[in-house]
Design a protein around this ligand. Structure first.
Ligand code: FAD
Length: 411
């Protein structure tokens, strides 16, 4: 590892958020050093993209790579009710007849390598196998990081801005105790992979299916991927899934009994991975930036994966942060006001997705809503594809409010 001269920006973590912010800054001609503790490819959950990732992927120069990848095309999302009734698919293309309406089911180990290589091709200096031990400060100003490579050698690297894209390791959230947990969305997840499971054909082959548990305690995801693999996971209240239950394998099998459509779909398939588990609580940092530092992706916040918004939010926060940091570098202004100027708009968008998630858990009936307000069908689809940063869509929530009083955000 050699870092000879101070870069303009240091990025901690080479996941989708880190790769995005670093690539977009390198495109503007800035020197960016990215430190990733793992050697890629590495496993990661988060396999279903939503269409609004298109625009950031386009800026990154990733679209051609995605189009020639083995990733399965995703054109729609489908919902299955607790009684096993399938909704009509929400085809993204019906709403926006543009190629951005098609997205992908990705194998993250491969997608993340593509993103990181793409960053390197565009000038980012990527160091794999290098862990950031700490962020260095002079007063309130971040001035660099302390890193440790695989030989055990420790050194300091200085930069004008440090971007924390360390995912759920959340380096700076932990350092400054910025975590705001979301008590309404205290969930857990169990998941595994099947080979040879049932999948629909043609345009529906790559549809994400969200299936409610029979007793409405939670839901299953069913994500068809390449190589005849399907990712299958269950999300439910943390206590329900993990307290007083036998072990992950048994709980997963028990929950399949609670969702017979999933059980039928995998009945002739081979399970090809052990059951994995996470406490996938929703949280957010109380601020997205300070003087000389910025949080992006899961290092800023994580939202329940019901609508597969994680990677899109990682890409979007990376894009917004890169633009604000680029402007700051031009002006020599690394204050929180400058490099965190995107925070309020981003949080508004995240709150729109959070609202949709909470409505689902509260049992809100979107089918009934669209029957009553048919002109909102397009807007609901827009929100589901991740078009979250458009204030005009708030009319949907006003009309939801007119149908019922909903939960308020806990923070
Ligand atoms: P990450 O992808 O986690 O990348 C962070 C990187 O930082 C890692 O590579 C890590 O090794 C590195 N790092 C950490 N600490 C250090 C350090 N000290 N030094 C150097 N490097 C470090 N999202 C979707 O879009 N679709 C889905 O279907 C979906 N399903 C999900 C299901 C579950 C159960 C969960 C928990 C999440 C799901 N997500 C989904 C969310 C998605 O996984 C994340 O939002 C996304 O990975 C965030 O990207 P990121 O770049 O912020 O973080």
């Amino acid at each position: 590892m050699s870092v000879d001269q101070s870069p303009h920006v240091i990025v901690i973590g080479g996941g989708p958020a880190g790769a995005t912010v670093s690539t977009l800054l390198a495109q503007q001609g800035y020197q960016v050093e990215l430190f990733e503790r793992e050697r890629f490819p590495r496993y990661h959950i988060g396999e279903s993209l939503i269409p609004e990732t298109y625009w950031v992927l386009e800026r990154l120069g990733m679209l051609d790579k995605m189009k020639s990848s083995p990733f399965i095309q995703k054109h729609s999302v489908q919902f299955v009710s607790p009684s096993g009734k399938h909704s009509a698919p929400f085809y993204f293309h019906d709403n926006k007849p543009h190629e951005c309406s098609q997205t992908w089911q990705i194998r993250r180990s491969e997608f993340d390598v593509m993103m990181l290589k793409n960053a390197e091709e565009q000038g980012v200096v990527v160091h794999e196998g290098v862990r950031v031990l700490d962020v260095l400060f002079e007063g309130d100003q971040a001035v660099g990081v302390q890193i440790k490579d695989e030989t055990g050698s420790v050194k300091e690297v200085r930069a004008s801005v440090v971007v924390d894209a360390s995912g759920q390791s959340s380096m700076l959230i932990n350092k400054f105790k910025l975590r705001v947990p979301d008590a309404d969305l205290n969930k857990g997840a169990l998941w595994t992979y099947f080979k040879g499971a049932y999948r629909d054909q043609g345009k529906d082959e790559g549809a994400t299916i969200v299936l409610s548990l029979r007793d409405k305690q939670g839901w299953f995801w069913y994500i068809p991927m390449q190589d005849d693999i399907v990712s299958v996971g269950v999300v439910a209240e943390f206590d329900y899934l993990f307290k007083g239950r036998a072990n992950h394998k048994t709980t997963f099998a028990e929950e399949m009994e609670n969702c017979l459509t999933v059980k039928e779909r995998v009945s002739n398939a081979e399970q090809v991975a052990p059951v994995k588990a996470t406490k996938d609580y929703t949280y957010r940092a109380s601020q997205a930036a300070g003087d000389g530092w910025v949080l992006v992706g899961d290092a800023f916040g994580f939202l329940d994966p019901l609508y597969s918004s994680g990677v899109m939010l990682a890409l979007k926060s990376g894009e917004l942060a890169a633009d604000a940091i680029g402007e700051g570098l031009q002006k020599g202004d690394f204050s929180r006001a400058q490099i965190g100027k995107w925070e309020d708009g981003f949080v508004e968008g995240m709150n729109r997705m959070r609202r949709l998630v909470c409505e689902y858990y509260d049992g809100f009936n979107f089918g009934e809503f669209i029957r009553r307000f048919p002109h909102h069908r397009g807007s609901v689809t827009d929100l589901l594809i991740g078009d979250l940063f458009n204030k005009e869509l708030d009319q949907v929530f006003e009309d939801i409010d007119s149908m019922r009083v909903t939960k308020a955000p806990s923070e």
